[in-house]
Design a protein around this ligand. Structure first.
Ligand SMILES: *Cc1c(COP(=O)(O)O)cnc(C)c1O
Length: 387
């Protein structure tokens, strides 16, 4: 145990967009539901009562964070499931009206691969280009809408370059054109204030392990009145929309993580943003031939994505790892598959820079000392690789 802690302390974890560390408070909140409150939430006897109450409580907690109603929150097994459910089921339900979907080139694979699956079933998908900052232009969404468009799905914020999309404008276009609008908010939830009262979104995905909750649990928000067919058929869980005995401990952990994340959100985000800006400025000042990818200000608080001219990002990541620094090349989900990430390609990052891309993502607990150490390591290793 002490060995593990020592090992952890040595590591500078700057890959919070891939996953986050679960806090002890979250773990403690979950424990009783793996032990004395193990009962099945769907049983009639008193023993499932604790589990049942926990689900109701967490549904309320999550709903409150979005200004939603508890009946609009469906628990799922992860962000990918929420994305799959929204895209496939909304498109499927509206097939009579049309079979055209609008998305962007820089969505997470959970969205892109769901869309490709639907294409194989005969749907048509428009993959919108983004500008050099990774923004989806609302005018492009407007132009892409056709009479047979049934769904627009655009992410709230990008996981690789951190760009925050113009969700308000895109949502308004969707409303005006009477097309349903889903947003993958897996990166944005608990980082940005999102109220479904002001944002015209019909469905929204989130995942607990991206905000210091456990892995294997997420949720899908679906606006009241929007008909979404069930995704997993079976028992009557989740109002009959998502069968399967609930991951009660996981859901409790997600609720606790949401409570923690939202209680000190403004302060944490302010601190994280300042540290992020400090990291960006230090890299730009101390290392030559580097460019920042994504938008300078419309950016997730913890995201830094930079490209170093004339080097290979994967080699740099290995050297960073030797210094105990965990960073990534882009999305955690496509490591090794391609040399240049499709997101970096979509932004049109120049050829001399694109292969040398690394992503460093902070969290509320990241310290200035860790950032300083990361910059020192980057400086030394970039120089080494260029020599
Ligand atoms: C991580 C992530 C997902 C997938 O969430 P999982 O819970 O890991 O399945 C989907 N979309 C975005 C933007 C993500 O960052």
């Amino acid at each position: 145990m002490s060995h593990e802690i020592k090992k952890e302390n040595r590591v500078i974890y700057l890959d919070n967009a891939a996953t986050t560390r679960m806090s002890d408070v979250v773990k403690q909140a979950m424990e009783p539901y793996m032990d004395e409150n193990f009962g099945n939430a769907s049983t009639m006897y008193g023993y499932g009562e604790e589990a049942r109450e926990a689900l109701t409580r967490v549904r309320g907690v999550i709903a409150d964070t979005l200004d939603a109603k508890p009946s609009e929150i469906y628990f799922t097994s992860c962000g990918s499931e929420s994305d799959n459910w929204a895209v496939k089921s909304i498109a499927g339900a509206l097939k009579k009206k049309g079979s055209h979907i609008i998305t962007s080139r820089i969505e997470h694979h959970a969205i892109l691969n769901s869309c490709e699956y639907l294409e194989r079933l005969g749907y048509e998908v428009t993959y919108l280009d983004v500008d050099e900052y990774g923004m989806v232009p609302p005018e492009a969404v407007m132009r892409a809408v056709r009479p047979d468009t049934t769904l627009i799905t655009i992410m709230f914020a990008n996981n690789e370059v951190g760009t925050i999309e113009p969700i308000m404008q895109i949502g308004k276009i969707a409303r005006e054109k009477q097309v349903l609008f889903h947003t993958d908010a897996v990166q944005a939830y608990a980082q940005l204030p999102i109220s479904v009262r002001s944002y015209p979104v019909d469905a929204l995905s989130a995942s607990a392990h991206k905000f210091h909750g456990p892995k294997g649990v997420g949720f899908l928000y679906v606006r009241e009145g929007v008909q979404i067919p069930s995704f997993i058929h079976g028992g009557g869980q989740e109002s009959g929309k998502r069968a399967g005995t609930e991951n009660v401990a996981g859901i409790v952990g997600m609720g606790k993580a949401a409570e923690l994340a939202f209680s000190g959100m403004r302060r944490r985000v302010r601190k994280e943003t300042m540290l992020r800006n400090y990291l960006i400025e230090k890299i730009m000042h101390e290392i030559p031939d580097v460019r920042l990818n994504g938008h300078r200000s419309r950016r997730l608080p913890g995201n830094v994505n930079v490209s170093f001219k004339g080097l290979d990002g994967a080699s740099l990541l290995i050297l960073l790892d030797e210094d105990g620094i965990c960073a990534s090349g882009g999305s955690a989900c496509n490591t090794g598959e391609e040399r240049i990430s499709y997101v970096i390609e979509a932004l049109g990052v120049p050829e001399a820079y694109a292969p040398g891309t690394v992503r460093l993502t902070l969290c509320g607990d990241t310290t200035r000392a860790e950032v300083d150490a990361a910059v020192e390591s980057l400086k030394r290793n970039v120089k080494r690789l260029r020599e």
